[in-house]
Design a protein around this ligand. Sequence first.
Ligand SMILES: *Cc1c(COP(=O)(O)O)cnc(C)c1O
Length: 378
Amino acid sequence: MLNRQPLRCWAEISRRQIGENFDAVRRLVAPAVELAPVVKADACGHGAVEVSRILCERGARWLAVASTGEGVRLREAGVGVRILVMADFLQVEPSALIGYGLTPVVHSLPDILAWDKLNRQHGVSRPYHLKVDTGLCRLGTRATAPEIAEAVRGCSAAQIEGLMTHFASAADYTGAQTTEQITSFLQLAAALRQCGIAIRYLHLSGTVPIAYGRREAWQQMVRPGHAIYGYVAPASGDAAPPSMLHVRPALTWKASILAIKDVPLGAGIGYRATYRAPAPMRLAILAAGYADGIPHQLANTGQVIAGGKLAPIVGAVGMDLTSIDITSSPHLQPGDAVTLLGSEGGISIDAQQLGQMAGTSSYSILCGIAARVKRVWV
Ligand SMILES: *Cc1c(COP(=O)(O)O)cnc(C)c1O
């Protein structure tokens, strides 16, 4: 039986912690503000279907994904709540949006009219959310309120339900970009109201503006992603308030020791011998590498927790194997597990810290945990 054999590399994910993190966000913003937890990118590597089920059991009425395909996958798994598709072409799989009852975010005025036409062709009258670009210069229309109003009024079937934007520098309290984005968004929404366009949900915020309490950016809906997985990115600047959100990582990432090896002083360790043993050393060879999601940038700089102590990564990170120095934990044996993310013996490493060691973010660490890493729900 495969499930009785030791795993090479796996992630343990806590259902309870996912639920508690959702509740923490809800407690902070409820009852006035609707939540659309973001489960894109397979719930940031946690498993979108399972995470969505947990959130729906806890009362989530909306979910947000990046692509139509991600939304279809949730529908096929039986997820029945509203699903917002935030970043796809309307032209790709448009009838799947209708057929699976997904709500698109449209990014341009022609897309509003295209969505209307599609609705008429199918004989339905479905809502859409419009994204406006208030400064990120990525997706979203830069049209004026009268231009938007004209496109919205030009629809006979499609219904505008939401107006949204996305921040460029939400965690940066040294500059004014976020405030400027909020101001221009709220001005646009007010101008649309004056044009007679009523919109049920204005939404701007992911985790960071929720956690640091930018209430003017909460409006009627928020889109927490990272918070659901237990993370809030640190804010920068003296004006940064403390986070109001108390969430904890739901995912623990482990790897097995495949072999133990003693090497002499001066041994060149790993590809290209980028590390020379400064003394006789004991190594553990882990059954995990960059193909599992350990960033190759952790070569000679990263650490894992082995035997309840920090153990440095020595030499290059290979595709399938990584070596660590366990000279100070000589009792470790092949088959023992080490912790890549999580707590052990009072020490912990989270994705924020691992990301810092690798010169990247907690987001990319979590999304980088590869599909071949088995997810174990606990
Ligand atoms: C990913 C995403 C979010 C969620 O952001 P977090 O920082 O993970 O909470 C919110 N809104 C949009 C448009 C996104 O793409």
